[in-house]
Design a protein around this ligand. Structure first.
Ligand code: ADE
Length: 425
């Protein structure tokens, strides 16, 4: 007998997509053994009992497993999209129909709807916010000061969100704890690098179906995401150029075997440009002007600000949809620039985001960060907090165990050696 689920309030594309969503969520679950163990423990221990929680995430099969963990934990959880173009509508439908979780997310929603959903989330009066890019936290601070007293804390998924939270803290407006999920080793080493690496190329290939072997791909930014994109692009036979503003990262890129140069020099050489900097207008009119005819540009950073699309649109004599998520802008010179995914995260717009196996660890961190906020709420000062190293290591240990991989342990003599300063040569 199946349990009846009361359908909560929601704004989704189509509830009849639920059975397809359910099947896809189950498939993703096969690659998420760490989060599954947390789901099971949370169902028994209910660590978030009575907590009102808002999750602002990309609504994907992987996020569905996080939402289920939160619900199992006893949280009164509501889910909204963290990007207008990343929602998987079938997943949203299944979360509503099969799990009774309120979801406000529709793939392709306009900016006004996106912001209305952020406000619906805040109307839920959250005690905990899981943010991906910090939009809910920023709106709370800017527009809902009266609700700050309800907040136990927030948890943040992305590099972009962490940069924003640090700026809030520096401005003296972050008056509650914020868990830095992004910087956990089991998050950024895997999600940002291998997740972005694979899913970005997946998005580009699904959008364009072009052969990447032999193409010149310009990777803009060599943080963890850029490293992943550059590594995987090279793996597919592309000739990779990296652009950077940070001298150390630039040396890293050089020693990893990539050509490094300013965008001004890379612009005429690239067949495809991928932005992953977290900053605005890293591709601008002066770059579009010198690009090859038919050059493709896309973004895998959090916000759609990295490519100056407004200027491109103003210059263009024609903008034409040539394939789903692929638009051709014709310039007055007759040359064209092809924009993928409207400059939004290409991996989530045209593909399905990072694979489940890496999101397993990212969302294990998210779930455990929420539990930590609740258990430590009387001790945590306002500002950013790292995921405790024991939690990070435990997630790695569980992942290895699930992968069937064993590792060594230190011998007693080794423990003594690394704890001693008297034993030299
Ligand atoms: N961010 C990147 N990939 C994701 C995914 N598959 N699910 C949720 N958030 C993501």
């Amino acid at each position: 007998m199946t349990a009846t689920v009361t359908q909560p309030k929601c704004e989704i594309k189509d509830i009849s997509l639920a059975s397809q969503g359910k099947q896809r969520i189950e498939w993703a679950g096969r690659e998420m053994p760490v989060l599954r163990q947390i789901q099971e423990r949370f169902a028994k221990e209910k660590p978030l009992d009575g907590i009102r929680l808002v999750a602002c995430c990309h609504v994907t099969t992987e996020t569905a497993h996080l939402a289920i963990a939160l619900k199992n934990a006893g949280a009164d959880a509501l889910l909204i999209a963290s990007n207008p173009l990343s929602t998987q509508d079938d997943v949203a439908a299944s979360l509503v129909a099969d799990h009774g979780i309120p979801v406000f997310a529709i793939k392709g929603e306009d900016n006004e709807t996106y912001h209305r959903h952020v406000n619906i989330a805040l109307d839920h009066k959250p005690n905990i916010i899981i943010d991906d890019g910090s939009d809910v936290t920023a709106t709370l601070i800017q527009e809902r000061q009266g609700q700050i007293g309800d907040i136990i804390g927030t948890t943040e998924e992305t590099t972009t969100g962490i940069v924003r939270l640090q700026a809030m803290f520096n401005d003296g407006v972050l008056s509650f704890p914020a868990m830095n999920v992004n910087d956990a080793d089991t998050k950024h080493f895997f999600d940002n690098r291998y997740g972005t690496g694979q899913s970005t190329l997946d998005g580009i290939i699904r959008a364009t179906n072009v052969l990447l072997a032999g193409k010149t791909i310009v990777v803009v930014g060599y943080g963890w995401c850029g490293k992943g994109v550059a590594m995987r692009a090279r793996g597919l036979g592309a000739n990779v150029i990296v652009t950077e503003i940070d001298p150390t990262k630039a040396i890293e890129a050089v020693m990893d075997g990539f050509r490094v140069m300013p965008m001004e020099k890379a612009a005429p050489q690239g067949d495809l440009f991928v932005t992953v900097t977290g900053n605005k207008h890293v591709i601008r009119p002066e770059h579009f002007e010198v690009m090859k005819d038919g050059a493709m540009v896309c973004n895998s950073g959090h916000f759609d600000i990295e490519i100056d699309l407004k200027s491109l649109g103003e210059k263009a004599t024609e903008v034409k949809d040539v394939r789903p998520f692929t638009q051709q802008y014709t310039m007055p010179s007759g040359k064209s620039v092809v924009v993928l995914g409207e400059g939004r995260l290409i991996n989530l717009a045209a593909a399905e985001g990072h694979p489940s196996a890496v999101m397993d660890m990212s969302f294990a961190n998210q779930a455990l960060a929420c539990e930590y906020l609740v258990t430590q709420k009387d001790q945590l000062e306002p500002g950013l907090h790292s995921i405790p190293v024991e939690v990070d290591k435990e997630i790695a240990r569980l992942k290895l165990q699930a992968m069937g991989i064993e590792i060594d342990t230190l011998t007693p003599a080794q423990v003594e050696y690394i704890n001693s300063w008297t034993m030299g040569t």
